[in-house]
Design a protein around this ligand. Structure first.
Ligand code: FAD
Length: 479
């Protein structure tokens, strides 16, 4: 007998919700059986100091934590929100103060930093003889269980996504002594932000408004997701909630499957399209789980040196100052709101890789910390696909002028985000022309040779790219 109180410990990571949360539900069950439990989240300053993390993302997480703490408070659970360089130092303190009968958590498919941290925590628990139970929160399998081929993953996913959700915890018994010697973070966030706000309540509201009405706005989700003008209201906007776990993928998928068809609106078509994207999400996470090195290395080793670097080009791209109005409007909108639609993300990456010849590894952190929904599994796969450093599929080169004419024909989006040009209209808005007297820069690469430059910065060995020649217009794959 250690003399310490025996408790179940729940370690929260990117799973900041009450509903469909196996570790919390399991701990609640232990409490009903007479046990006690503590739920802890650690703000890891080591992680938040990396170049892939940002204050905005932390703000979103802090809002999720406040919402979760309030929900758990209703069943009498005091959520411990701690701060330390890394989770294991807080866990060590808790291991000293309590006899931890088991550590319950979700399996996380994170980036290199969180993966290394998980390994350290596992080692610590092994040394202390504390059993760790990791539950799946996404349709992703680890180690020898990981499906090797796409059809095997799809079959697993179909079963996983239709399995019942876990009901929220209803009962809790805290440890009799509160933990001591633990630093806590500041959870206050700015009143005025253009980014989305965090929290499970908001996630559920978004899910409902998307499936109920927003997916039908304008020309509908399937058409408008490509338009930066309407995508922000017609897309689900659930990505940051799925990333930080204020909504489970299963809950989102089951809600879309449960929609009654409304033939006059074709809403099922939109729900099916949304559902397919949730499957892609877990497909990419599964791929990253099996090939985590793709955060650092090209999937196709022959493309390791495909692109180079230019600090001035990078700074102009990242600040929306390339002189290509639509590219700059997309980047400025992203920098302000922390979200942009799929097509614009793909075009921004394609422009950086092919027009500016920038290596994806060096500009990836800008996007990682700017996207509120930075999800390593999707992020690195997509970055590499749009940069032409994967195997097989032909390179995706987006012509930014064609995108501008197609997706923002009236120039409304450009005028909103590039105010230097807001008194212009018509085709002059789409073309990089000399607007220096308005304080807007000249084109970073000459528009007359843009396509030649983009092609020449593509794979030098077209055979290995799977296509004999690059197409004249962009290959339109993805959303
Ligand atoms: C270069 C690049 C980087 C990207 N990085 C991220 C990222 O870090 N995090 C992220 O969540 N998405 C990323 N995406 C995918 C996509 O752009 C976003 O998921 C989407 O824009 C989020 O908005 P939404 O939630 O309204 O999407 P919706 O269209 O409503 O889709 C619903 C959900 O499905 C998933 N999803 C949608 N499209 C894709 C896709 N092509 N591949 C995999 N899953 C998808 C997302 O979880 C999304 O929230 C990236 C795309 C590109 C081209």
């Amino acid at each position: 007998m250690s003399g310490r109180e025996r408790i179940t410990l729940v370690w929260l990571k990117r799973d900041l919700r009450l509903h469909d949360h196996v570790p919390l539900a399991e701990a609640s069950r232990r409490c009903r059986e007479g046990g006690r439990a503590l739920a802890v989240y650690v703000r890891e300053t080591g992680y938040w100091a990396t170049d892939k993390a940002s204050e905005d993302q932390w703000g979103f997480v802090a809002e999720c934590l406040c919402d979760l703490a309030s929900g758990l408070g209703k069943i009498g659970c005091n959520l411990l929100i701690a701060e330390a360089t890394s989770a294991e130092s807080v866990l060590e303190i808790l291991f000293e103060q309590y006899e931890i009968t088991e550590l319950l958590c979700h399996q996380e498919t994170g980036n290199g930093w969180t993966f290394d941290r998980d390994k350290r925590v596992m080692r610590l628990c092994r040394e202390q003889g504390i059993p760790v139970v990791e539950f799946l929160q996404n349709g992703v399998l680890r180690g020898s269980k990981a499906p090797r081929e796409k059809p095997a993953h799809q079959a697993f996913w179909r079963d996983w996504i239709t399995a019942p959700q876990i009901t929220k915890p209803e009962f809790w018994r805290n440890p009799s002594a509160i933990p001591s010697g633990i630093q806590t973070p500041d959870l206050s966030t700015s009143e005025i932000v253009l980014r989305q706000r965090g929290g499970e309540c908001l996630a559920l509201g978004l899910l409902e408004s998307f499936l109920g009405e927003r997916c039908l706005l304008h020309e509908g989700y399937r058409v408008e997701m490509g338009s930066p003008l309407h995508a922000h209201e017609v897309c689900s906007r659930l990505s940051p909630h799925l990333t930080w776990g204020s909504l489970s993928t299963k809950r989102a998928a089951q809600a879309s499957m449960a929609r009654e068809p409304r033939p006059s609106h074709g809403s099922m078509m939109h729900c099916n399209s949304f559902h397919r994207r949730l499957r892609w999400r877990d497909h990419f996470l599964q791929k990253f789980e099996s090939l985590p090195w793709m955060e650092f290395r090209c999937i196709n080793p022959a493309r390791e040196t495909l692109h180079g670097w230019d600090e001035t080009f990078y700074a102009r791209w990242a600040n929306g100052m390339t002189g290509y109005p639509f590219v700059d409007a997309c980047m400025r909108s992203l920098n302000e709101t922390k979200w942009i639609n799929f097509r614009a993300r793909a075009m921004l990456v394609s422009f950086a890789s092919y027009a500016l010849n920038l290596d994806w590894r060096r500009f990836a952190p800008h996007l990682a910390r700017t996207f509120l929904d930075y999800e390593p599994g999707i992020h690195y796969s997509q970055l590499q696909m749009q940069s032409g450093t994967t195997h097989g599929s032909p390179p995706r080169i987006y012509n930014p002028i064609k995108q501008s004419l197609e997706k923002d024909p009236e120039g409304e989006f450009i005028r909103r985000w590039v105010p230097e040009l807001n008194d212009l209209d018509g085709s002059v808005l789409h073309l990089p022309t000399d607007h220096s007297r308005r304080g807007y820069p000249a084109a970073i690469v000459p528009p007359g040779s843009l396509w030649r430059i983009m092609r020449s910065n593509g794979p030098k060995n077209p055979k290995s790219a799977g296509k004999a020649a690059l197409p004249q217009l962009e290959l339109d794959l993805g959303n």
